[in-house]
Design a protein around this ligand. Structure first.
Ligand code: KG4
Ligand code: ZN
Length: 382
């Protein structure tokens, strides 16, 4: 079965052609990063207008790269939510129109479920090439960590009577304020580093001392598997405000504006050691919190398999820390490749494949949902 996946929930217009839910024949992502960079964050109205311009060319490009004309597509899968409503609607309406025109079935996919399936899809392909590789198994604990989400799930699967896999997600915890990626982006903006902040901070931290600034552990009242990053972001602000770091950030910001495109080395040369130390300490605090709560969830659920996915899963320190924890505890930690960690449509096609197998088709009433929780909230239990 060849599926055309379409993703437009935030600032990436993406289309992919995926065969049998696992073979990526083409994956095209048109990023709007440059468009939003000067605002230091995604501007929703600009995002939806850009999706409108890009959606048809991106789908055409995916078909061309895969060598699969639209008439050879068996089905379509489109991100239904959660995300920016105007952005989502572009993908949903385009998907519905195309499915109608082609006379093919359509499924709506939850963006977070897509991120989870990015792990599965790559693991299946890798294991076919190298059968001895560990299997991304269920039940597991999954951390979805991106610019819009930071949530922990207990994920189970069962095979239904018709041999289709059904996935059950229990939401163990989620952020009460900023998502981790959002905190990276806001701290980068505060320091005049550029957008998106996550990848920049990730690279800059290699030149800083992560122990130079101490940030206390993030305490959560109530559910210990919830997250909160706005306090940490404010703590960074207090270390900057009224100090030389503040004037340095303002100068860097003005320099970036006037210079236009700047290289990473130029940016680093404009950062004092204190700034590098601050971002390294901030990153260490975020990663420590993400790893600690995820391992706590894995313990509480009695699972030895952890999936980590979403844009922040690209973070080098996060990958390192999970790999260390995995080695120490006999745990298996799975990450998608960086290209499949950030938003893409291959993960939407992969998640959609299982929905198609179980006959979970959408009709013309399909619409977008800005807010659409995945699974039911529940406590962690072994
Ligand atoms: O999954 P994604 O592409 O979009 C959302 O669904 O939000 O994630 C984008 C987020 C941004 O906040 C970006 O700063 C962050 O992922 N990110 C990173 C890294 N690469 C991307 N954060 C930390 N370290 C990275 N290497
Ligand atoms: Zn995402």
């Amino acid at each position: 079965m060849v599926i055309l996946g379409i993703e437009s929930s935030c600032d990436e217009t993406a289309a992919a052609i995926v065969s049998e839910g696992e073979w990526i024949l083409a994956s095209v992502v048109a990023s709007q990063m440059g468009l939003h960079a000067r605002f230091g964050g995604v501007v929703p109205e600009l995002a939806s207008r850009e999706h409108l311009l890009k959606i048809a060319p991106v789908v055409e490009e995916a078909c061309a790269r895969a060598g699969t004309p639209l008439r050879q597509i068996d089905a379509l899968a489109v991100t239904e939510g959660p995300g920016l409503i105007g952005s989502l609607l572009v993908g949903v309406v385009f998907g519905k129109a195309l499915a109608q025109a082609l006379g093919k079935p359509l499924v709506g996919v939850n963006h977070l479920e897509g991120h989870i399936h990015a792990v599965l899809l790559e693991n299946k392909v890798a294991r076919r090439a190298t059968p001895g590789l560990p299997e991304a198994r269920f039940p597991n604990v999954t951390l979805v960590v991106s610019g819009g989400h930071t949530s922990l799930f207990h994920t189970e699967t069962q095979t239904t009577a018709d041999e289709a896999a059904a996935f059950r997600y229990t939401r163990l915890g989620q952020t009460r304020d900023d998502a981790a990626g959002e905190a990276f982006d806001k701290v980068a903006k505060l320091l005049g580093l550029g957008y998106p902040g996550g990848p920049l901070i990730d690279r800059l931290t290699r030149f800083g001392n992560p122990h130079a600034f101490t940030f206390g552990p993030i305490k959560m009242r109530g559910n210990p598997l919830d997250f909160s990053f706005s306090g940490l972001k404010t703590a960074v602000l207090y270390r900057v405000r009224g100090t030389t770091l503040e004037s340095e950030a303002a100068e860097r910001q003005a320099w970036r504006r006037s210079a236009g495109a700047v290289t990473f080395d130029e940016l680093r040369a404009r950062c004092s050691q204190q700034t590098l130390d601050l971002v390294a300490s901030f990153q260490r605090a975020v990663v420590h919190d993400l790893v600690t709560r995820t391992l706590q969830a894995a313990d509480a659920c009695g699972v030895d398999c952890v999936f980590v996915t979403g844009g922040v899963a690209c973070n080098s320190l996060l990958r390192e820390r999970f790999a260390e924890a995995a080695a120490l505890r006999g745990l298996h930690a799975f990450f998608p490749s960086p290209a499949l960690s950030t938003d893409n449509a291959a993960m939407i096609a992969a998640a959609g494949y299982f929905k198609l197998l179980s006959g979970n088709f959408a009709d013309l009433s399909l619409t977008a949902h800005a807010s659409w929780p995945l699974g039911a909230a529940g406590a962690a239990s072994a």
